[in-house]
Ligand binder design. Sequence first.
Ligand code: AP5
Ligand code: MG
Ligand code: ZN
Length: 224
Amino acid sequence: MVPGTRLLILGKQGAGKGTQAVRLARHYAIPHISTGDMFRAAVRSGSEFGRKARKFMDAGELVPDDVVIGLVQERLRENDARYRGFILDGFPRTVLQAEALDDMLPDPGIELVLDLEVPTDIVLRRLASRRVCVECGTNYSLENPPTDPETCDVCGGKVVQREDDTVSAIRRRLELYEEQTAPLIAWYMKKDKLVTVDGVGHPDKVNERLIRAIDRRLRRGVEA
Ligand code: AP5
Ligand code: MG
Ligand code: ZN
């Protein structure tokens, strides 16, 4: 892969963006930038910013565009993202955010957008069973719990259910996905940057599919 590659992963809530982005970040040695993780860290820190973000998140609403855009802009200015590239997870989520992202990046902007496709009935099941480490963000589920159900295998942090994994917040998040985020699929397709990858199956299999899709497309970019 070309150094400095800029990737983006799209998909419904529970499609496995976080799960896969962590693995891709390790595989390609690029930072994983998740706006959801950044907001959850702010909530944990107890800052004023975190308190404001929490109100939106717990209700399943989107944090206002200007707030998210400012946060991402600052993060992308850091050296690791500037020189090594990144994988963005959870941003952009609206066309306005996607336009702002284009303005933040040097040409050719985002190089490849991965759309992780999973049917709604499966994401609902995954979200109901998800458990996360509050310290490092590692994902678990009722089918794949840590050795001690309340303690993270990776860092020893507390493993809990996310505050927004309630029935009403999940319904609202999926509604907003259809209204605000799904239009990005057509938007990136028009720019010939989109690759759709089947997100159903064992996470290792999904990971192999993603790596194959990325390597194929980015090699094409180099040869072109
Ligand atoms: P965010 O943290 O981004 O949450 P989300 O969009 O709701 O997405 P999820 O994290 O729920 O899903 P995921 O696709 O990452 O799935 P995961 O890998 O965990 O955002 C949270 C909130 O922050 C938003 O609602 C909003 O308020 C705010 N926010 C964030 N970004 C924003 C933005 N840009 N603009 C405005 N507001 C913003 O997987 C789910 C479960 O499935 C896990 O238990 C996992 O173990 C399991 N799993 C994963 N893959 C598989 C598989 N292949 N087979 C079986 N199980 C699997
Ligand atoms: Mg996530
Ligand atoms: Zn942990």
